[in-house]
Ligand binder design. Structure first.
Ligand code: FES
Length: 478
C-alpha cells in the first residue's frame, strides 16, 4: 500500500477537492428508463400500509419488552432483551430512513412523528442526519463528499469486525451529541447542513441528553440498571442489526462512480428480513428512485431489473461476496468488486423518465406561448417543457377546477430550488410536487417549499387552456 492509496474521507480534505475537480459533485447519475405512468402508480403513498408496519413494529417492541421485564432475574431475560434491542436499536434504522425520506406515510406529520421517535432510538440528531442523508443521496460513495461511507479504504479485519461492535462506535456519537449540545458543531456537520439549520442541532442534542439523564436518574433512584436496559442502552446492544443489513448496501463497491449500479447492491431477502429492513434490500432501486415508497420497491425492481446488475440471490450469498471483496481490499485498497453483468448504459441517457419533452409550438397571438394540447397530459401527472434555455414543469392536478383555485393546470420553474433536479421527473401528490432527488416538496398552489431540503419557494407562472391548448405568458404569478 502506498501513500497514494490512503484516501481522505473527511468532508473538508484533499479528496473533497479532487471530487469537485473531477465533476463528481452534485452530478447527474445514471437512471434506467421507466414508463412514467407506471412510475406514478409506484409513487403512491399509503397511510394504512405504513401504519400497519409501524404498529406491528411497536407491537413487537412492546411484546418483547414485556417478556424481558417478566423474565428479569432469569436467563430468559437475555434472549428477550436481545430481541427487544434488535427491534429498538436495529429495526428503527429502516423506519428512520423511510420516514426521513417522507415516503412511508402519505401524511407528512406521521412521517415526521415516526422519524423523530426512530431518530431518538438510534441516538441520531434528526436535523444532522436528515442533511447527512441528503448528501449521501447526492454524492453516493464519492470520497470526500459522502458522510455515510461505512467502509473507508484501506479496510482491515479489525475495522470490519469493529463495525459490528457498536460499543466502539456509539461513544463517538454520544460525544458528538454532547459537543453539539453546547454549540460546538464539527466541520463535517457544517459542510452539509445549511447555516440556518445549525441551531436545531443544539436543541435536539439537549433534548436527547435531558431524556437520557432522566433515565439515569431513574436508574439511581431504583438502584438498578433496568430502566436504561429499556431506554437508551438498546441503541448500543441492538445496533448490530443496523450493521447486519447496512453492510450489504455499499460495502466493497466502487467509489467515485456516477452510477448506483456500481456502488450499491440489491439483495433478495426472505419476508422476515424484508419486514425488519423495510424492503431496503432493493437498495439500487431506492437510490435511483427515492420517491418510491418501500412497499412498492419489489414492484419497481420488476420494472427496471433488466437494466441493473443481477441481484444477489440471498443474504448469505451477498455476505460471502462482500467479505470476499473486503478481504481483497485489506491487501489492495484499489480493488473493486467486479460487476460484469451490468447492461451497457450507452444510449440510455441520464434522464430516466420519458417526461414528454416538448419543443415549443411557438408563440400564439397576444404573447401566449403554446405548451401543448391539454388532453395529452393525464390528471396527476407532470411534463417537462422547454423554451429556449429555460425549462419548466407543467402539471395537471387531480380534481376539478372548482376544488383547485389555481386551476387544473399549473406551470412552475422546471428545476428544484434545492439541487436543480428536474421536477418533471418527480411525483405529483395531490397539489404537491415531490422532487425526484431528495424528496423536497413544493405546494403547487402557492409555490411554497413544504419539506426540506427544499427551502426556497418555487416560481409559478400564469397558465390557462385556450382552444384545447395549454398556453402561458411565462410571467410569474403574483
Ligand atoms: S434537488 Fe434536493 S430537494 Fe430537489
Amino acid at each position: 500500500m502506498t501513500v497514494a492509496d490512503v484516501r481522505d474521507y473527511s468532508l473538508a480534505g484533499v479528496d473533497s477537492r479532487f471530487a469537485t475537480e473531477r465533476g463528481l459533485v452534485e452530478a447527474e447519475w445514471f437512471r434506467p428508463p421507466i414508463d412514467p405512468e407506471r412510475l406514478r402508480e409506484l409513487q403512491v403513498r399509503s397511510n394504512a400500509r405504513a401504519a400497519r408496519d409501524v404498529l406491528a413494529w411497536f407491537g413487537l417492541i412492546g411484546l418483547f419488552g414485556y417478556l424481558a421485564w417478566a423474565a428479569l432475574g432469569t436467563w430468559w431475560a437475555f434472549g428477550a432483551f436481545f430481541v427487544y434491542g434488535a427491534l429498538y436499536g436495529g429495526v428503527a434504522d429502516s423506519r428512520w430512513h423511510e420516514c426521513g425520506h417522507g415516503t412511508a406515510f402519505a401524511s407528512k406529520r406521521l412521517n415526521d412523528i415516526v422519524y423523530y421517535i426512530a431518530s431518538f432510538m438510534l441516538l441520531r440528531q434528526p436535523t444532522l442526519w436528515r442533511w447527512s442523508h441528503v448528501r449521501h443521496h447526492t454524492d453516493t460513495i464519492i470520497v470526500g463528499r459522502d458522510p455515510e461511507i461505512g467502509f473507508p479504504r484501506p479496510s482491515s479485519l479489525s475495522k470490519v469486525l469493529g463495525v459490528y461492535l457498536p460499543v466502539l462506535i456509539l461513544p463517538k456519537a454520544v460525544w458528538r451529541t454532547l459537543q453539539h449540545a453546547v454549540g460546538r458543531i464539527d466541520a463535517d456537520a457544517r459542510d452539509f447542513i445549511p447555516e440556518d439549520e445549525l441551531p436545531k442541532l443544539k436543541w435536539e442534542s439537549r433534548v436527547y441528553i435531558a431524556v437520557l439523564a432522566g433515565v439515569a436518574v431513574w436508574c439511581v433512584a431504583v438502584g438498578s440498571i433496568v430502566p436504561a436496559l429499556f431506554i437508551g442502552l438498546p441503541t448500543f446492544y441492538g445496533a448490530w442489526l443496523v450493521v447486519f443489513f447496512g453492510i450489504l448496501q455499499h460495502a466493497g463497491l466502487r467509489e467515485d462512480v456516477l452510477d448506483h449500479r456500481y456502488n450499491t447492491r440489491t439483495v433478495y431477502m426472505n419476508p422476515v428480513f424484508r419486514f425488519l429492513y423495510n424492503n431496503m434490500n432493493y437498495h439500487v432501486e431506492h437510490h435511483i428512485f427515492p420517491t418510491v415508497p418501500y412497499y412498492a420497491l419489489p414492484a419497481l425492481h420488476q420494472e427496471v431489473k433488466g437494466f441493473l446488475a443481477p441481484a444477489d440471490r440471498s443474504t448469505f450469498s451477498a455476505y460471502r461476496r462482500v467479505f470476499a471483496t473486503l478481504r481483497c481490499q485489506w491487501r489492495n485498497p484499489g480493488y473493486d468488486e467486479p460487476r460484469p453483468d451490468i447492461p451497457e448504459a450507452e444510449g440510455m441517457g441520464r434522464s430516466f423518465v420519458d417526461t414528454g419533452f416538448v419543443t415549443w409550438a411557438g408563440e400564439c397571438h397576444d404573447g401566449l406561448v403554446d405548451l401543448g394540447a391539454a388532453e395529452t397530459l393525464a390528471p396527476g401527472s407532470v411534463r417537462r417543457v422547454d423554451h429556449g434555455k429555460d425549462t419548466y414543469a407543467l402539471y395537471r392536478l387531480d380534481g376539478d377546477a372548482a376544488e383547485n383555485p389555481a386551476g387544473v393546470f399549473v406551470l412552475s420553474d422546471g428545476l428544484c430550488t434545492h439541487g436543480k433536479a428536474h421536477l418533471a421527473e418527480g411525483a405529483v401528490l395531490d397539489c404537491v410536487v415531490e422532487c425526484p432527488k431528495h424528496n423536497g416538496c413544493f405546494d403547487l398552489l402557492t409555490g411554497e417549499a413544504l419539506r426540506a431540503p427544499a427551502k426556497e419557494p418555487l416560481t409559478l407562472y400564469d397558465v390557462k387552456v385556450h382552444n384545447g391548448r395549454v398556453v402561458s405568458r411565462l410571467t410569474p404569478r403574483s
